[in-house]
Design a protein around this ligand. Structure first.
Ligand code: AHG
Ligand code: MN
Ligand code: MN
Ligand code: MN
Length: 338
């Protein structure tokens, strides 16, 4: 065994990346370190779920109309807190907050970035011990430094993300983040309490055999989606199949698996909810950025997710994301709709 094998921690890795970027100030690595700290705190609570009083409903309904869980609020407070106390973030917006928050203090008003996040993704799975996550997107502010962050900082297109990432609280805890330079995954080493580089330079395989969709809504989907699901179910050895259907109901866990193994994840619009369920700013844009950097694709069925000009913080969009060949097959079916 080679005891001197160098395994980079998240902090070491982000600092090393600075060497490749002229004029880098290190503010992004500081922000990622802050996010890593909040993730560790949330991870500790997630692992105690069932032992302490952290399960169940908080007794309120959020701006999305969803019942809020205690862990949604805990995670929201942790991520908001580290970013507010740090030096890199001028303000945040969150799935759990009605409005964006500009921190408005002398340090924050001079900070370079704003961060939008889904503090706890897959809340419905908390109480039953199934993987959950956190999702975040980081944008360079467009308002002038020296004043508090403004709405236009938070309503930027996904293409403007400087970095995006997610944390999976699963069989192990992982933090994956992307910049334009690449996607890298870090597994939490509980013995030293650090995220350590375990999945360098993640690429989404161009083809895969997994499709992920909520079949319970099948009859509410548009024709092209139904046809594509039919195509998936009829794959055999001669056509690159058979395919496997996997749907956890935590987007983080579903998209993470497909990113590593190859696959497609779909949350289409339905008759009842034409824009689907997923939130553009907190869920779709970060994953679209990560997946594109890794070589995959993400659309709303017509447009590239990252090109959508947001008009509201909490807007929803249909979402199709994954391996490029599978996305091309889906697009062919959508294109054949009458
Ligand atoms: P959140 O817990 O942040 O509100 O998000 C839940 C989302 C997403 O994680 C998942 O893919 C989707 O809801 C599942 O929805 P359905 O149960 O309607 O399939
Ligand atoms: Mn929610
Ligand atoms: Mn979510
Ligand atoms: Mn959430």
């Amino acid at each position: 065994m080679n005891f001197n094998r160098k395994i980079l921690t998240l902090d070491e890795f982000t600092i090393q990346q600075l060497r490749h970027i002229p004029h880098a100030t290190g503010e992004l690595s500081t922000l990622l370190r802050d996010i890593g700290l909040a993730a560790k705190r949330v991870n500790v609570e997630v692992n105690k779920a069932g032992l302490v009083d952290i399960l169940g409903d908080a007794g309120s309904v959020n701006v999305q109309g969803e019942d809020v869980k205690k862990l949604d609020l805990f995670a929201n407070d942790q991520f908001t807190g580290v970013l507010q106390h740090g030096v890199s973030c001028a303000g945040i917006a969150s799935e759990e907050l009605d409005e964006y928050v500009a921190f408005d203090d002398p340090i924050s008003n001079n900070s370079k970035y704003v961060c939008l996040f889904d503090p706890l993704d897959g809340s419905g799975n908390i109480d039953v011990n199934v993987s959950i996550g956190t999702i975040f997107g980081v944008y360079r502010r467009v308002s002038p430094k020296g004043q508090k962050a403004s709405k236009e900082d938070f309503l930027q297109k996904g293409t403007q993300q400087v970095a995006a990432g997610y944390i999976v609280y699963g069989s192990s805890t992982m933090l994956v983040y992307a910049t334009r330079r690449g996607v890298n995954g870090f597994t939490l080493d509980p013995s030293i309490g650090e995220f350590t580089l375990s999945h360098p330079d993640i690429k989404c395989p161009p083809s895969g055999k997994i499709y992920s969709v909520n079949h319970g809504n099948f009859f509410q989907y548009r024709e092209g989606v139904k046809k594509y699901i039919d195509v998936c179910q009829k794959k055999d050895k001669t056509t690159g199949g058979p395919y496997t259907q996997r749907y956890i109901g935590s987007m983080v866990a579903d998209v993470h698996r497909n990113l590593i193994k190859g696959g497609i994840f779909m949350y289409p619009g339905t008759i009842d909810k034409p824009k689907g369920k997923l939130r553009l700013m907190y869920e779709c844009n970060p994953f679209a950025f990560i997946t594109e950097v890794a070589g995959g694709k993400a659309t709303d069925g017509e447009r590239r997710i990252l090109d959508i000009q947001p008009t509201e913080l909490h807007q929803r969009t249909p979402m199709f994301i994954g391996s490029s060949d599978m996305m091309a097959e889906l697009e062919a079916e959508l294109g054949r709709e009458g």
